[in-house]
Design a protein around this ligand. Structure first.
Ligand code: ATP
Length: 465
């Protein structure tokens, strides 16, 4: 199998696992699907919530200098004028003159091994490239605005036009003063937010990597301009470490600085955290940006409200600079799934079926795993089920559990391995005598015999370490 085939194969496996086991479904599938929109199933919503919860914990709950916010998706249309998005939130679009398909010109150049900023320096470079679908001739690039327009109120006229937010951070900027004053905050401080963003992407694709509706986890850190570099250098490694601490392999992550010609209209300096995806290698997973005083200056100008800050001690007055950390909850979900996926050939359990098959283990960090503990009574005998149900009820509220009583125990272990469940608890006939159960560890496959009365403590201990 060629490297290319293997890579496609890997994405196919993840997409298929995601659908089969209830992580991610194509939106509106019974109507043939709706391009670039996806729905998270029962296990997907747990995984994504766990990712968002870990992010919130690291960025808000375990710090005393960052607070949270949940701003509305729809905002005054002036916000998008002030932010520069109406003018500059564009991608270069090319059409194929033959098959009429549309592409992002910068992505076509990148696929040819050219730097992402090359298009701005040398736009005519696109003339050397043919349509990747039919080898037809491409049009010259033209700018395409990614903001999604919508209408507020019952009349669809220009006066009622607004936009679904293209990035969550604008809700933070327009609330800068509200948050600072209500929480009596002094610079430096940050405001964090998790929420949906919308972009009319020209070429969505690669499953949940690029969608038109997606979720961002963003934190804006307001600083004295003199300290912007220091804080940028502080947040950059910290955000990378967050992915590593949650189990993403170091060799699959890297930091990459944006070239000057690649910078977004608001950015003074930008770095991407990139992941080595099975489609085309290292690409963006998250961003760390020094947005300078662009946002607060522009909102001051457009709203007529002075958003500058006076240091209470030194009386120095300045427009705060913003260091932004911007992560995508969906891209993170894809990365955690891809990185955790492992196939074991020849079987690692001793059952006869498994030795013939490829076993899949999703080695998700236990904090992210959708199901923390599976409850598996050895058989459907009522006396076993009674004990098993009691144990499950005791774990409810603290740990997400799944009850499974069908199929051989080997099969049930494999089902749980495939969705990344870190612990499986089996109730057997001996349990009725010795009041103990067996708890199996997904990764080491080590089995411990634990007293039923101590199951909760045992699991608590595992989640502490
Ligand atoms: P790209 O270069 O891939 O288009 P971007 O530079 O436009 O991304 P940012 O504006 O920096 O992305 O957005 C911050 C984060 O939001 C990204 O790192 C990514 O995780 C996520 N994100 C951006 N666009 C999408 C999308 N269309 N679908 C899913 N996630 C996205």
């Amino acid at each position: 199998m060629s490297k290319n085939q293997e890579e496609n194969n890997m994405m196919e496996k993840i997409v298929s696992l995601a659908k089969r086991r209830g992580f991610v479904f194509q939106s509106s599938e019974i109507y043939g699907g709706f391009a670039s929109c996806y729905d998270y199933g029962p296990l997907g919503v747990e995984l994504k919530n766990n990712i968002k919860r870990e992010w919130w914990k690291a960025m808000v709950r375990q710090r005393d200098d960052v607070v949270g916010l949940d701003a509305s998706i729809l905002m005054h249309p002036k916000v998008w004028e002030a932010s520069g998005h109406l003018e500059s939130f564009t991608d270069p679009l090319v059409d194929c003159k033959d098959c009429k398909k549309r592409f992002r010109a910068d992505h076509l150049l990148e696929a040819k091994g050219l730097e992402p900023g090359y298009l701005k320096e040398k736009p005519e470079a696109i003339n050397e490239i043919k349509c990747p679908e039919c080898s037809g001739q491409l049009t010259n690039p033209r700018t395409f605005n990614l903001l999604m327009k919508t209408f507020i109120g019952p009349v669809e006229n220009e006066a009622a036009v607004t936009y679904l937010r293209g990035e969550t951070c604008q809700g933070i900027y327009v609330n800068f003063e509200n948050v600072k004053d209500s929480m009596r905050l002094k610079i430096p401080f940050g405001i964090a937010q998790v929420g949906k963003a919308f972009r009319n992407e020209i070429t969505p694709g690669n499953f949940i990597f690029r969608m038109r509706e997606f979720e961002q986890m963003e934190m804006q850190y307001f600083v004295n301009p003199k300290e912007a570099k220091k804080w940028f250098e502080y947040w950059k490694p910290l955000r990378l470490k967050w992915y590593q601490d949650l189990g993403v392999k170091k060799e699959n992550l890297r930091l990459r600085e944006h070239g000057q010609d690649e910078l977004a209209h608001y950015a003074k300096e930008a770095w991407d955290i990139e992941y080595n995806y099975p489609f085309g290698g290292f690409k963006e997973l998250a961003g760390i940006h020094n947005r300078g005083d662009w946002d607060l200056s522009r909102h001051s100008k457009f709203s007529g409200k002075d958003l500058s800050y006076t240091d209470p001690e030194t009386k120095e007055k300045f427009m705060p600079y913003i260091i932004e950390t911007s992560d995508g909850a969906d891209r993170a979900t894809l990365v955690f799934l891809l990185d955790a996926y492992e196939e074991i050939r020849g079987g690692r359990t001793t059952t006869t079926e498994s030795s013939k098959e490829v076993e899949v283990v999703l080695r998700l960090d236990k904090r992210l795993a959708p199901i923390k503990i599976a409850i598996l009574p050895l058989s459907k005998k009522p006396e076993l089920e009674k004990v098993a149900k009691k144990i499950q009820e005791n774990l409810w509220g603290t740990y997400m559990t799944m009850y499974d009583v069908t199929g051989s125990i080997g099969k049930r272990y494999r089902r749980q391995d495939e969705i990344g469940t870190p612990y499986c608890l089996t109730v057997d006939f001996e349990s009725l005598e010795d009041k103990k159960v067996t708890i199996r560890d997904r990764d080491t496959m080590k089995q411990d015999r634990v007293a039923i009365s101590e199951v909760l403590d045992y699991i608590d201990d595992k989640f502490k370490s």
